[in-house]
Design a binder for this molecule. Structure first.
Ligand code: SF4
Length: 255
């Protein structure tokens, strides 16, 4: 059962500290996908546990009209296409009202984004990213049980490409021994514009997640916490990228 908190806000565009991103837009705060490692849970703390509530900015479409200079990320502390969006269509309304001259980057784990291709086509500068990380089976159950399956996200990337929408794959969070970067790229490179890689930020993932990872996947944990092991693993990933010769816009290691 999800708690929906409807509220009116004064502004929708907030300054971003993410490199290369000037603004972020969160028409939702909080996220039903409830990923166990989610960094946002540390940023927008509430008494209720992460994933049990979502704040809905009901006047977001009105505030979206503003023209801003610089790249906008939708979203940074929520997923713009989490399940409630299918019914509320708040993200869709924000996109409809947004100044189309704005430069927009969308990031989601949901194929629901494909629903809005008609509106996305009105933006000359939009890129849509799907997060992929090859979590399946036991790992998915433990790390992000409520998110759409990998295949659905990969299919969404393909559908966006076929519709002429620029796309990217955000390979994140990379957990050594679990996230198969090479396999992801091989499967998607024919229809993905570019990649961004991000290793798991153990600190931001929180104490509970750290403990679980250490207990259930001690070898992965060891690579993330040992400098030499991590350096060698990173080198192997860079070799893969070189060999596959795809466009990579960055690798965030959090080191
Ligand atoms: S989908 Fe993104 S915002 Fe939502 S819980 Fe997962 S990591 Fe956090």
């Amino acid at each position: 059962m999800i708690k929906i908190i409807r509220k009116k806000v004064k502004t929708l565009y907030t300054r971003s500290k993410i490199p290369g991103i000037e603004w972020s837009v969160n028409q939702y705060v909080g996220c039903q996908f409830a990923c166990k490692y989610c960094y946002a849970k540390e940023i927008v703390r509430r008494e209720e546990s992460w994933g049990t509530w979502v704040e809905v900015k009901v006047n977001a479409p009105d505030l979206a009209r503003r023209r801003v200079k610089g790249t906008i990320l939708m979203s940074s502390v929520s997923d713009p296409y989490q399940p409630i969006e299918a019914k509320l269509k708040l993200t869709r309304s924000v996109l409809r009202f947004m100044d189309k001259r704005n430069e927009l980057m969308i990031l989601t784990k949901s194929p629901l984004v494909v629903r809005d291709v008609d509106v996305l086509k009105l933006f000359p500068r939009v890129e849509v990213g799907l997060t992929v990380n090859s979590f399946e089976g036991k790992e998915k159950k433990l790390f992000e049980p409520l998110t759409p399956i990998q295949r659905a996200r990969i299919n969404a990337l393909k559908a966006l490409y076929e519709e002429g929408i620029k796309n990217y794959a955000f390979i994140s969070p990379i957990i050594p021994g679990i996230t198969d970067v090479e396999e992801i790229i091989r499967e998607t490179r024919d229809f993905v514009g570019w990649y961004f890689l991000e290793f798991l930020n153990l600190r931001k993932a929180g104490e509970e997640f750290r403990k679980n990872l250490e207990e259930e996947f001690p070898e992965s944990y060891a690579v993330l916490t040992d400098y030499d092991k991590f350096t060698s693993y990173l080198r192997s990933i860079k070799d893969v990228l070189k060999r596959l010769n795809v466009r990579v816009e960055g690798i965030e290691t959090h080191k």
